[in-house]
Design a protein around this ligand. Structure first.
Ligand code: IMP
Length: 184
């Protein structure tokens, strides 16, 4: 059964989390990012590439909030177990379509070390897209170890594990409308 999101603190498996970003703040940020993207992409027909699983809710919200013609596709990697990165990126679902000459907008829920995106960006270079832009809802700058630019970032957050709005802890917590931070 999915835990019910009624209190400031929630229990998921063995861990307790506290409210960190309420749903209204996230929706406001989605609106702001979509206005910027609409300004920048209104004359193009970009291909959104959403990175599963975590970005599925953010991707659904931001693609619908953007006011321009676009396509969307999905890829899936795995690098996290429990509350920590394994350091190894496995590709579980890849791109099926040609991206040569396309303007890509990669959608991430959270950039932590940046290892997942770095791995994906290297692969994309070989497929010759016209351009690649990154949009992430969350970024943990303290642990981000790579040099690539992140053009659209919702919130910079401390290096603490978070769940909700698509993000999970061992499969739980994705459907919370707000984002919750692990209690110390
Ligand atoms: P990176 O490769 O270290 O940047 O990790 C990226 C992926 O790790 C994200 O797409 C998430 O799936 C997962 N991840 C990183 N930090 C968190 C977190 O705080 N909560 C839940 N998942 C996270």
């Amino acid at each position: 059964m999915t835990p019910i999101e009624t209190t400031e603190q929630i229990q998921v498996h063995d861990l307790t989390f506290k409210m960190y970003l309420p749903a209204a703040d996230i929706q406001q940020k989605v609106k702001e990012l979509s206005v910027q993207l609409t300004n920048d992409y209104k004359d193009k027909k970009p291909l959104f590439v959403a990175i599963l699983n975590g970005s599925f809710i953010f991707a659904a919200d931001i693609t619908r909030a953007c006011d321009f013609d676009s396509d969307i596709t999905f890829v899936k990697f795995s690098s996290y177990e429990g509350t920590g990165s394994t350091g190894h990126v496995k590709s579980l679902i890849g791109l099926n379509e040609s991206i040569e000459g396309r303007d890509l907008i990669i959608i991430e829920d959270i950039v932590d070390t940046g290892k997942t995106l770095s791995h994906f960006l290297k692969h994309l270079e070989e497929l010759k897209p016209a351009s690649v832009t990154l949009v992430t809802l969350l970024l943990k700058p303290e642990v981000f170890k790579h040099q690539f630019p992140i053009q659209y970032c919702g919130f910079e957050i401390p290096n603490k594990f978070v769940i909700g709005y698509g993000l999970d802890y061992n499969g739980r917590g994705r459907t919370f409308e707000g984002i919750y931070q692990l209690c110390e």
